[in-house]
Design a protein around this ligand. Structure first.
Ligand SMILES: *Cc1c(COP(=O)(O)O)cnc(C)c1O
Length: 219
């Protein structure tokens, strides 16, 4: 893999309104450094400890996105530095993020993860649960978080029509919520295999790992 060439390719290819998150999970510091030197500043990780270790080693102008499911007891480790928590999938997690952000005198931006895929294994909230959360009394009182949009993962399938439909669904929910959520500006959808469809369907943030850094050594 030529990491800097890959970064360059995405920079040229992506429309201005689409942000590239380079997903560096499981990859060594040197790979992140190479992407950084090619101009990439936003990286995604799915494990808090791994993200924290990389944050400590690497330049401090990197924006770290947590893209994986987070256990509440881990939030405190990333609260001092995380830039965007993309996979908020429960009211209890959001409450904990607000608490830890407050402890660090920060405001942490978050996305709600919506379950759009068929598979049971994918985390995420239903549209109804997300709506309930966004209109709850508790939510109004969270002063140290900013929910700026939604994130979703399509089913892992060859069926492009299905993937497209799932992205359409997320965009529809995003547009609907945006009418009342004035902080909304991000719809994070699309990965190495399906980002083109996601961009066509209105994605503003794609999360690309293997197409930049090569295959990972686990499933
Ligand atoms: C791993 C991961 C990605 C990147 O996947 P690739 O197929 O390697 O691009 C994107 N989003 C999430 C939530 C992930 O866990």
């Amino acid at each position: 893999m030529n990491i800097s060439e890959n970064i360059q390719k995405y920079k040229e290819e992506l429309p201005q309104h689409v942000t590239l998150v380079a997903v560096s999970k499981t990859k060594p510091i040197g790979d992140v450094q190479e992407a950084y030197e090619a101009g990439q500043r936003i990286f995604g990780e799915n494990k808090v400890q791994e993200m924290e270790a990389k944050w400590k080693e690497l330049p401090k102008d990197i924006k770290w996105h947590m893209i994986g499911h987070v256990q509440r007891n881990k939030v405190k480790y990333m609260a001092p530095f995380v830039s965007l928590i993309e996979a908020v999938d429960s009211p209890r997690l959001l409450k904990e993020i607000n608490k830890q952000a407050k402890n660090n005198e920060r405001t942490i931006e978050c996305l709600l993860q919506i379950k759009i895929a068929e598979e049971d294994s994918k985390f995420g909230m239903s549209e109804a649960d997300a709506k309930e959360l966004l209109t709850s009394e508790a939510f109004k009182n969270y002063k140290n978080i900013l929910v700026v949009g939604l994130m979703g993962m399509a089913t892992f399938t060859e069926d492009e029509a299905q993937i497209r439909n799932e992205f359409k669904k997320l965009k529809r929910i995003y547009d609907d919520f945006s009418k009342t959520q004035k902080n909304f500006s991000v719809v994070s959808m699309g990965m190495s295999g399906d980002y083109k469809i996601a961009v066509e369907e209105g994605s503003t943030m794609i999360r690309v790992g293997s197409a930049i850094f090569g295959e990972r050594n686990y499933g």
